[in-house]
Design a protein around this ligand. Structure first.
Ligand SMILES: CC(C)(COP(=O)(O)OP(=O)(O)OC[C@H]1O[C@@H](n2cnc3c(N)ncnc32)[C@H](O)[C@@H]1OP(=O)(O)O)[C@@H](O)C(=O)NCCC(=O)NCCS
Length: 159
């Protein structure tokens, strides 16, 4: 398995991050969204292979919850196990906190991401009607969660 190099996202990285975000999402975050996350002190990580940036994650700590706000792998590198490695890193961060649960929102049409989350032990908690903009109207979002107690039980296999 190719090892990922992990570093903290800085304001100067946002242009590169945004390129990947735009290539990977029909409704990408704006540069301002990333800037706001950095200014708000969210945990923001870059993942590189051979010095090439191939993905990132953005995590917010809210009381006893960890919110995975964004996770992304550059299109050329998708389907090679990097998304799973990045999610594993986020779960390692979660294990290091006194949080009870990791939660995230995913488009109901984003089958690939949902498969990844389900395979890592996440459960569907609820459906948020019309949560996302879509080409026509709005699209539902699925709220998924992984309790960290459950993560500890699964941890030996995951991490
Ligand atoms: C979702 C995303 C992060 C997954 O990263 P990835 O590197 O492509 O995923 P991996 O190669 O690690 O695959 C992990 C799992 O995802 C699922 N998966 C991967 N490719 C898939 C495909 N083409 N179809 C269905 N499921 C797929 C599988 O369950 C896979 O596990 P497996 O290989 O053991 O079967 C990545 O596709 C991405 O950045 N997508 C665009 C942004 C996005 O949708 N982010 C999530 C927002 S909630």
């Amino acid at each position: 398995m190719t090892e990922l190099s992990i570093s903290q996202m800085q304001l100067a990285d946002i242009d590169k991050v945004w390129q990947i975000e735009k290539q990977s999402n029909r409704f990408p975050w704006t540069k301002g969204n990333f800037e706001d996350c950095l200014k708000s002190g969210y945990r923001t990580f870059l993942y590189s292979v051979n010095h090439e940036l191939i993905g990132f994650s953005v995590v917010q700590l809210v009381l006893d919850e960890i919110h995975l706000l964004n996770i992304c792998v550059k299109p050329d590198y998708q389907g090679q196990g990097f998304g799973r490695q990045i999610l594993n890193h986020v779960l390692e961060i979660a294990l290091g906190q006194t949080a009870a649960i990791v939660v995230l929102e995913v488009r109901i049409s984003n089958f690939r991401a949902q498969q990844l989350y389900l395979s890592m032990g996440f459960n569907e908690m609820s459906v948020r009607r019309g949560y996302y903009p879509a080409e026509q109207g709005r699209e539902d979002g699925v709220l998924m969660g992984l309790e960290l107690g459950m993560l500890s039980q699964l941890g030996q296999n995951l991490l």
